[in-house]
Design a protein around this ligand. Structure first.
Ligand code: MG
Length: 393
């Protein structure tokens, strides 16, 4: 698989609440556990293929609660972490070692506000570098102290605050962690530090002030404030497409092959449903149409599986920090009958877009024998998509 994420959630952090309370990643934040939010950010990201939680052995029941609403094939079964953060990450890396992972993003469960944009930029940086640290330049003036007094002012030039995710070529960070463990070095506080120690250049990628690490009760208060201001901008896009029939024995509609006495004519697989839906997504963010991104004149798209177009649109949305709220497709034809395939189509679209199935609607109608669809010359499809653009970071 290409991009996996490890969510580091084995800590015992209890500074955030009263004694005896839950570890902070299982505390509620705006009605959802912190860990649920952190996992969802990666599970719902179109460029992430798998998400591995690393948890504490005592937290299995809490963990089960935290993922109860996350129905995604991308979510892997959790593995158990170690004594230190470093050992916990190693446990995650070793669990992924047999999965042919190309890139891995390592993220602290206590940063639930990581945005789709941050994840996308960390992955992008890996095309030029083996390691990438999400970070922010320091804006506060720094002082050192001695005996309760300011000793001196420290220049903040060139100083950055490390955040997560930290992204790596998988084999590079696995080697670095194995070497550190073999030498008994166990006081690294983040994975970028291990990469640096191992001689790997670490690139910087912009984090955000919202991507805070929840540590104490004040952080939770601040996080609740973020959530109150967190209503983004909702937008809608629509799409429409038509493909004509030609001789053949099956059509592909919304990613599902349906036996029929003809096929749809087109440069790609002619999936009129996914084309209309791709246009709806592009339309919601003002990014043109499918023909602009995938010109029919380009031989690369000959007979292409149209899910590629939809995935591309979903990635463009993620880069704009846009979350898909729901999509609705109407297929217009006399035949084939859509009903028997409707649930399979919903499941396929939900899978491609990493959405819950109840956010995906597929409907069908005829035109009562009127017009080109009525004469069974082709199939038309309409789609609409609602998206929410996350407030500026
Ligand atoms: Mg088309």
């Amino acid at each position: 698989m290409r991009n996996a994420a490890i969510i580091v959630a084995a800590g015992r952090g209890r500074r955030a609440a009263k004694a005896g309370a839950l570890p902070k990643q299982y505390l509620p934040l705006g009605g959802q556990m912190v860990l649920t939010r952190s996992l969802a950010a990666f599970v719902n990201h179109p460029e992430i293929d798998a998400v591995l939680p690393v948890i504490h052995a005592d937290d299995l029941a809490l963990f089960a609660q935290s993922v109860a609403t996350l129905n995604s094939p991308k979510l892997m079964n959790p593995v158990t972490g170690g004594e230190s953060r470093q050992q916990t990450v190693v446990a995650g890396l070793e669990a992924l070692a047999s999965h042919r992972v190309k890139h891995v993003l390592i993220h602290d469960a206590a940063r639930p506000f990581v945005s789709a944009r941050i994840i996308a930029e960390a992955i992008s940086a890996l095309s030029a570098h083996r390691a990438c640290l999400t970070a922010l330049p320091l804006s506060d003036t720094l002082k050192s102290e001695k005996n309760g007094l300011v000793e001196r002012t420290i220049s903040r030039d060139g100083l950055w605050r490390a955040q997560t995710p930290q992204a790596f070529h998988f084999s590079a960070i696995l080697d670095a962690h194995r070497s550190a463990a073999a030498q008994g070095l166990n006081d690294f506080t983040d994975d970028a530090a291990i990469a640096e120690w191992h001689g790997i250049d670490v690139a910087l990628s912009p984090g955000s002030e919202r991507n805070i690490k929840l540590t104490n009760a004040e952080d939770f208060h601040l996080a609740e404030q973020f959530l109150k201001q967190n209503v983004g901008e909702f937008r809608n896009g629509t799409g429409f497409d038509v493909h004509a029939f030609e001789p053949g024995d099956a059509v592909i509609l919304c990613g599902v092959e349906i036996p029929h006495n003809r096929k749809l004519k087109g440069h790609s697989d002619a999936d009129v449903g996914l084309h209309a839906l791709t246009d709806a997504l592009l339309g919601a963010v003002g990014l043109g149409d499918i023909g602009h991104h995938f010109p029919p004149s380009d031989a690369r798209w000959k007979d292409a599986d149209s899910s590629r177009f939809l995935i591309h649109a979903a990635k463009l949305l993620a880069r704009k920090d846009a979350r898909i709220v729901n999509v609705d497709v109407t297929l217009i034809c006399e035949n084939p009958k859509i009903g028997p395939y409707r649930e399979a189509m919903r499941a396929r679209v939900a899978q491609i877009l990493a959405l819950d199935i109840d956010r995906v609607s597929i409907k069908a109608t005829t035109t009562e024998g009127l017009g080109f669809t009525g004469r069974a010359e082709g199939i038309a499809a309409m789609a609409s998509a609602t998206i929410e653009i996350t407030p500026k970071e």
